[in-house]
Design a protein around this ligand. Sequence first.
Ligand code: BV8
Length: 249
Amino acid sequence: MSEKLEIKPLVEILHNTKRVAVLTGAGISAESGIPTFRGEEGLWKKYRAEELATPTAFGRDPQLVWEWYDWRRGIISPKEPNPGHKILARWEKVFPGVSLITQNIDGLHQKAGSENILELHGNIWKVRCIEEGTISENFETPLKNIPPSCPKCGALLRPHVVWFGESLDPAVLHNAFLLSSGCEVMFVIGTSAVVQPAASLPLSAAEAGAKVVEINIDPTPLTSYADFSFRGKAGEILPLIDDELKGMS
Ligand code: BV8
């Protein structure tokens, strides 16, 4: 496997690196059995994510949008972190300077034990009252009432996620760019690198002189910018890098 050839020079660099940033996308959860967005399994009935994950879709038909989220929550709920999630959680303990930025809303990084996580697009297990703005955790699967309503004021609850056409939390986005432009190595794992502004984070890392390491089963628009590009599954490539790192310490 050609990846082995690239791993040694990467681990040499990592061995002298203090600040590592990691950006993950749906691909890191694929081996846990969670469908990605742009894979063929990413469809629900006849809809694509871009059609349902929008404020317009929710305003027009909150019932339909909540049926989609209830379906996704049902898929995610029993799923466990895979070796990729677990290694990133361990790296956070082993290397103090590792920070994790995820586009995923499935909560699997938390389940794997990662603690300092920036969730760019929110979390599918959190709901927000559209009147009060209050955020709470809700793990009810399946949901008893669709759409669910706020127990306090009775208004509609929405998923506490960032929809297409909505701005990300400014503080979260600011920290994500700070971490990206301040790191020495940035891993970009399991993302098609098309959704903005997340897809700009690795570019800001590269512009600041960081080495960019892509792990993906397919090439992406980022591949040509990457210093290292591993073509393979995150749950298989990360253990190879981790083994080499252990061998060096
Ligand atoms: C915003 C939460 C300001 C909801 C999500 C600039 C240029 C162009 C467009 C825009 C732009 N700025 C804004 C936009 C519009 C839009 C956008 O980016 N559109 C895209 C489609 C072009 N962005 C926004 O609207 C953002 N808001 O910028 O605010 C603004 C406001 C108004 C108008 C303009 C600007 C908000 C974006 C957030 C959307 N919410 N999720 C929910 O999930 O329900 S995004 C959602 O899709 C995910 O969170 C994720 O981020 C994204 C999917 O991306 P990936 O994670 O990469 O998943 P994907 O399936 O695509 O790819 C999986 C990859 O894994 C593949 O490459 C595959 O090969 C690989 N893979 C598979 N298996 C494995 C693997 N790799 C390794 N191992 C494996 N085993």
